[in-house]
Write a protein that binds this ligand. Structure first.
Ligand code: FAD
Ligand code: NAI
Length: 475
């Protein structure tokens, strides 16, 4: 006998578990299926984000930043810390505890909201008058039916062709988060978000890190002025980032990994390292869903085809998060999940794709929302720009972290804020003010006229807004 629900969600990453909770809040009878297993074979909801993405990477970034501070910056404060050691096993165990707290938190939220959780793989079986039949294969086999299905199966690391991840020497984001001892030499392919975050973790812990990037430009999606500043800082930190390379043969042996590549000058090079992290983007997870059973359409990348409202061409079938178009970000997945649950309930769920903030959690952090200066130029928009360096901010001086700046771009005529770009301390927190301001269509002058607490890093945002009108007070 098939168990009947109003909504079945396949995948319990940030897109799926949030959609399930919101649908339950709106009075629907909801099932959520997820196949992720923890080390003891139990359920581990939360998807990539919780298990091998956002959460564990930020745990390691925090631990390694403490180590970096103790080694290189405590002395400025008069604190002597000699013989500082990193216990990698303990650092990884702490990270695992943080992950488990999040897994358990989601299971608790399912109970609280009366979402029925199934641990196993969900796949389409058939379509009938009663709705879509979803088969769950796991420790127990189940058949579930609902008229509304939300697919939130996420994404997985893309491998280089012909070079499989063994998670011992050639690592995806998964293996990169559980290297048991600091490698002497580490290479990363791809200087995107994972390359920079993971490269930073292991560099801070003492690895000699080389990042090989195929494109000639660094962080092409980031505002050019900010990307240039970032490259300067990362070079100084000792991250060896090589742009415009062409990766060739990769040999994986017991001794380590040998990477052949051609550098930007066209010279043949060989890099021998202990570990290689491949971070060249991610692919949507659709194998195992048996989309053929119901005729669910995929695009050439294997992503599920949806419209702006996350609707597929099949009535009642929706898809959200990394498995569809758009940026692969946890908060984007969550917003889509909420909006779809609300649409199913007959409400007007909404996601503003122009206001999805980005954060790269390096040190300094890089965060932005809205359009970059190069995009405004390409779009032919007349704009004004204001920047304010953290060097002139009292709180940043007190923190001992004065690298970077806040940059605000506003419409030349109306003064409406079009983009905010930050590199510096706590950029991940500072970007929220800009996102809220832009959601309310604020002008630069609106921010400039708002009282900001002193001393705070957020005063730099206010000063950048003043700079748009060429009237900074502290610089
Ligand atoms: P996922 O989180 O991938 O979840 C999908 C779930 O579906 C998984 O649990 C999977 O097991 C399950 N599943 C798949 N197929 C089936 C099936 N057939 N049946 C049952 N279950 C199935 N984003 C940020 O916004 N901020 C960050 O700081 C950040 N850091 C990251 C760091 C790393 C190293 C990585 C790899 C990613 C990071 N991301 C970050 C991206 C973020 O993790 C993803 O955008 C987000 O997890 C996408 O959510 P999702 O729900 O679409 O998919
Ligand atoms: P990415 O898309 O950020 O970067 C991949 C990089 O690899 C690009 O610069 C690309 O030019 C380069 N590349 C691709 N093929 C290559 C090749 N053959 N040789 C050399 N370079 C090559 O992808 P990444 O870092 O794997 O991360 C995947 C996604 O996960 C991100 O795009 C982001 O959506 C998400 N993520 C988000 C984080 C955050 O929000 N802080 C942190 C980590 C990941």
């Amino acid at each position: 006998m098939s168990k009947t629900f109003d909504v079945i969600v396949i995948g319990a990453g940030p897109g799926g578990y949030i959609a399930a909770i919101r649908a339950a809040q709106l009075g629907m009878n909801v099932a959520c299926i997820d196949e992720w297993q923890n080390a003891s074979g139990g359920p581990a909801p939360g998807g990539t984000c919780t298990n091998v993405g956002c959460i564990p990477s930020k745990a390691l970034l925090q631990s390694s930043e403490h180590f970096e501070q103790a080694n290189h910056h405590f002395a400025e404060h008069g604190i002597s810390a000699t013989n500082v050691k990193m216990d990698v096993a303990k650092m990884l165990a702490r990270k695992d505890t943080v992950v488990k707290q999040n897994n358990d938190g989601i299971l608790y939220l399912f109970k609280k909201n009366k979402v029925t959780f199934f641990h196993g793989r969900g796949s389409f079986a058939s379509k009938s008058e009663a709705g879509y039949e979803i088969k769950v294969s796991g420790k127990a086999q189940e058949s579930l039916t609902a008229k509304q299905i939300i697919v939130a199966t996420g994404s997985s690391a893309r491998a280089l062709s012909g070079v499989a991840f063994d998670e011992v020497n050639v690592l995806s984001n998964d293996g990169a988060l559980r290297i048991g001892a600091v490698p002497k030499k580490l290479a990363l392919i791809g200087s995107g978000v994972i390359g920079l975050e993971m490269g930073s973790v292991w560099r801070r812990l003492g690895a000699e890190v080389t990042i090989l990037e195929g494109l000639p430009t660094f962080l092409g999606a980031v505002d050019e002025q900010i990307a240039k500043e970032a490259k300067k800082i990362f070079d100084k930190q000792g991250l060896n980032i090589q742009l415009g390379v062409k990766v060739g043969d990769i040999k994986n042996s017991k001794k380590g990994v040998s990477v052949s590549y051609t550098n930007a000058k066209g010279e043949a090079q060989t890099l021998d390292v202990d570990k290689l992290i491949v971070s060249i983007g991610r692919v949507p997870n659709t194998t195992g869903l048996n989309v053929e059973a119901v005729g669910l359409q995929l695009d050439e990348r294997g992503a599920i085809v949806v419209d702006a409202d996350c609707k597929t061409a099949l009535p009642g079938v929706w898809a959200v998060g990394d498995v569809v178009r758009g940026p692969m970000l946890a908060h984007k997945a969550e917003e889509e999940g909420v909006a779809v649950a609300e649409r199913i309930a007959g409400q007007h769920g909404h996601v503003d794709f122009n206001l999805v903030p980005w954060v790269i959690y390096t040190s300094p952090e890089i965060a932005w929302v809205g359009r970059t200066e190069q995009q405004l130029k390409a779009d032919g928009v007349a704009y004004k720009s204001g920047t304010f360096p953290f060097l002139a901010n009292g709180r940043a001086r007190a923190l001992g972290d004065t690298t970077g700046m806040v940059k605000m771009l506003a419409d030349a005529k109306t003064d409406e804020i079009l983009g905010v770009h930050i590199i510096g301390p706590q950029a991940s927190e500072l970007i929220s003010e800009a996102t809220v301001a832009m959601a309310f269509k604020a002008s630069a002058e609106d921010i400039a006229r708002i009282c900001h607490a002193h001393p705070s890093l957020s005063e730099s945002t206010k000063e950048a807004a003043l700079a748009v009108d060429k009237r900074t007070l502290n610089f």
